[in-house]
Design a protein around this ligand. Structure first.
Ligand code: KG4
Ligand code: ZN
Length: 337
């Protein structure tokens, strides 16, 4: 079975073709980062318009790269949510209309399920059950995963997502959007012993997160300590250490609570080197294993949507003819396959 996957939930247009025998055949990504950089964040209306411009050429290019035609496809999957409604509707309209015109089934994919399953695109895949730490610009979640669609959200952020906290703190440090990777780079020159930021909500039991206070802590530190380059690097380092530590503490707690030995990390922030290293150490000490997608599939992409879509297509979980998006969509309402 072969599927075309389309991602347009935020500021990347992603298209891919996945085949359950041959694996990933082609993937194309267009990032709108430059378009939004002047505004310091994603402007939803501009995002929708740019998806509209890029999506058809990208689909053509992906089909060409995979050396296949519409007749080789068994279905079309698209991100139906969560995300920006206008951006989602571009992908939904194009995917649903193409599926109608080509007489193929259409599959509505949950964006976070896409992230969660992205490690399945690699050679070594995690077996179920496992704990997934999903860390993106919009979500921070710890999920117990017993199978595809068998998701128990054990904890999540009560305010800013981890990626959002990175981006907001980066902005305070004068770094351009998207600041997460830039802050992390700056942190490499930072002295980890100069400042210690709090590890929010780690003194209380439970698996929820709260990252918005760290941004305030960073703002206060900048105000108190000055604006020189080294201070910025030291603050970046203290901030990154605090986020990574907090995530690791909660992962450890979730593993302990469930007795599970496998951990998946996915979403944009899973590209963070320190986070990967710290979780590798944690899993080694617990005799377990950690899995993550290759770098380019940590952030938004079409490949993860094609993969997740194919699993749903095989289970006949297709959608009707209406074009719809679900900007808010709790992951634990998904059916199992
Ligand atoms: O998954 P993603 O591409 O989009 C959403 O679904 O939100 O995640 C984007 C987020 C941004 O907040 C970005 O700053 C963050 O991931 N990010 C990073 C790194 N690379 C991307 N944060 C920290 N360190 C990184 N290396
Ligand atoms: Zn994402």
């Amino acid at each position: 079975m072969r599927i075309l996957g389309i991602e347009t939930s935020c500021d990347e247009t992603g298209v891919a073709i996945y085949d359950d025998q041959e694996g990933l055949l082609a993937h194309q990504l267009y990032s709108q980062v430059k378009l939004h950089a002047d505004y310091g964040g994603v402007v939803p209306e501009l995002a929708s318009r740019d998806h509209s411009r890029k999506i058809i050429p990208l689909i053509r290019e992906t089909l060409k790269q995979a050396n296949c035609s519409k007749d080789d496809l068994d279905g079309i999957a698209y991100t139906a949510g969560p995300g920006l409604v206008g951006a989602l509707l571009v992908g939904a309209s194009v995917a649903r209309s193409l599926a109608y015109a080509w007489d193929k089934p259409a599959v509505a994919v949950h964006h976070m399920e896409g992230h969660l399953l992205a490690p399945m695109l690699e050679d070594e895949v995690p077996e179920f059950p496992f704990i997934a730490l999903l860390v993106s610009g919009g979500h921070t979640q710890l999920v117990r995963v017993d199978g595809i669609g068998q998701y128990e959200v054990m904890g999540e952020s009560i305010d800013d997502a981890a990626g959002e906290a990175f981006d907001k703190t980066a902005k305070l440090l004068g770094l351009d959007y998207p600041g997460g990777p830039r802050l992390s780079k700056l942190a490499e020159q930072g002295d980890s012993s100069r400042f210690t930021f709090p590890r929010p909500m780690t003194n209380k039991p439970g698996l929820d997160f709260s990252f918005s206070g760290l941004k305030t802590f960073a703002a206060n530190t900048i105000a108190a300590e000055g604006d020189d380059e080294q201070t910025h690097a030291d603050i970046a380092r203290a901030f990154e250490d605090a986020v990574v530590d907090t995530l690791a503490i909660k992962c450890k707690r979730a593993l302990k609570e469930t007795g599970l030995k496998r951990l998946v990390i996915a979403g944009g922030v899973s590209a963070n080197r320190h986070l990967r290293e710290q979780l590798e150490v944690l899993m080694k000490s617990r005799g377990g294993e950690v899995f993550y997608p290759r770098h380019e599939f940590c952030a938004d992409n079409g490949a993860m949507i094609a993969y997740a879509g194919l699993q749903r297509l095989k289970a006949n979980q297709t959608v009707g003819l209406e074009i719809s998006a679900t900007p808010r969509w709790p992951m634990d309402t998904l059916p199992s396959v």
